[in-house]
Design a protein around this ligand. Structure first.
Ligand code: AMP
Ligand code: MG
Length: 401
């Protein structure tokens, strides 16, 4: 693969990788209590209505709408706390009712407590109510037979709640992919060791371990690989035996100390290299044997951006997830600059809805990510003028969608 090939636009790169990769995760049935963050292997269909019966949205009085007229005085014929069993409403009476309690047959509205007062008869209605007022109809949330979650959806907190609301105890999900994580770079040492001349601490490793964990992958941390061809090859072979997919950091640039691409080429196929983005141009992807491998550039910001925009979506795709693009919100920018040949994903802070460039955009400056709210996508070949709108991608969406 020649370095002279044109850079690949991000969307084309992601689509090409999706086309080359299919789901490799096995399926298992797990208790809903253990299913948080997992990807559904089959759609979930509701077997009941939620709520199953009409119930009250308010503390107040349930009655027939024809009786719910301002000034009417009614006897109270039953009391229905949440969870109680009702009896049919005696004609022209009211039932004392509480939020979440089922409406008795014969009642079709609830007058909220605040719109009533006590009287000798029982209760006086102060404000006329219409049919179905303050009533949550049966099936308001979910109807029996409805597909509530599609295969490929992630079991987020609300998704778990919705499953539980229909009485589901177990779900079929994909087993978490094992992702081998390897750092390259002879300059790197782990915190806890005194730095020798020429060395820096490995900051990408804990960052990527956490990013993988947040996506609920099973991380196989394979530590560090020496910057030489044989060590890189050996590590890749071991990783391909131990994991479903491989994620590397560093060693994908053009220098002779960058061994990742050559090793991939020899052990399988280098399918994609160099993306038309900044930061993160040297991203590489391919296979070691049959095992998918994603090579992040070593600069910490490049690693974070390419993981978020490319490696993570591809790993989620292998995991069986339906791709859900991160949220893009058009916001005004305060940035002005001439056209550039690559799409830029600029770290920005939002102030009063305006995207402001975080001062240092060097791909080695990870502290800039701490202060930023997300990335502003400035397209290639376009002069950027202050006051124009561009897509803002919040970090929280980028790393969870
Ligand atoms: P590379 O992609 O190997 O050419 O590395 C590019 C830059 O990122 C170099 O300055 C490396 O020292 C730095 N770098 C590579 N890997 C890491 C890492 N795991 N943690 C911190 N910096 C790194
Ligand atoms: Mg290196």
């Amino acid at each position: 693969m020649s370095a002279m090939k044109p850079l690949i636009p991000l969307d084309d790169a992601r689509q090409a990788l999706f086309d080359q990769l299919s789901v490799i995760a096995d399926v298992e049935s797990v208790s809903l209590n253990d299913a948080a963050g997992r990807i559904l292997a089959e759609s979930v269909v509701a077997t009941i209505n939620v709520p199953p019966k009409a119930n009250s949205a308010m503390d107040g009085y349930a009655l027939a709408a024809k009786d719910a007229v301002a000034g009417a005085e009614l006897a109270i014929s039953q009391r229905i706390p949440a969870g109680a069993v009702t009896t049919p409403l005696v004609s022209s009476t009211a039932a004392r009712i509480f939020t979440g309690a089922e409406l008795p047959d014969g009642a079709d509205c609830v007058v909220m407590q605040e719109n009533t007062e006590a009287c000798d008869m029982g209760v006086r209605i102060l404000q006329t109510a219409k049919a179905s007022e303050n009533v949550r109809a049966a099936g308001l949330d979910i109807t029996a037979g409805e597909v509530i979650l599609e295969a490929g959806a992630r079991l987020t907190a609300p998704a778990l709640g919705i499953c539980a609301s229909t009485g589901i105890t177990h779900v079929k999900v994909f087993k978490p992919l094992k992702v081998a994580l390897l750092s390259t770079g002879d300059e790197l040492v782990e915190p806890g060791v005194a730095l020798q001349p020429g060395q820096i601490y490995n900051s990408n490793r804990p960052m990527l371990v956490e990013l993988l964990r947040q996506a609920d992958f099973d991380v196989v941390d394979m530590g560090q690989v020496a910057d030489n061809h044989q060590a890189t090859r050996d590590a890749f072979i071991t990783a391909s035996e131990q994991a479903d997919a491989i994620l590397t950091m560093g060693g994908v640039s053009v220098g002779e100390e960058d061994h990742v691409k050559n090793a991939i080429d020899e052990l399988g196929s280098l399918n994609l290299w160099r993306i038309r983005i900044r930061p993160g141009k040297p991203f590489a992807a391919g296979r070691v044997g049959q095992t998918p491998i994603f090579g992040l550039p070593g600069n910490p910001m490049s690693a974070l951006v390419t993981f978020s925009l490319l490696a993570r979506p591809c790993l989620m795709h292998l995991q069986g997830a339906v791709y859900k693009p991160a949220l893009r919100i058009p916001v005004e920018t305060s940035v002005a600059r001439s056209a550039q040949s690559r799409d830029e994903y600029m770290r920005v802070e939002l102030h009063a809805g305006v995207a402001q460039r975080v001062v240092n955009q060097s791909s080695g400056v990870l502290s800039s990510a701490l202060n930023a709210d997300g990335l502003l996508h400035l397209p290639a070949d376009v002069e950027i003028k202050a006051g124009e709108r561009y897509d803002f991608i919040p970090f929280c969406s980028l790393l969870t969608s």
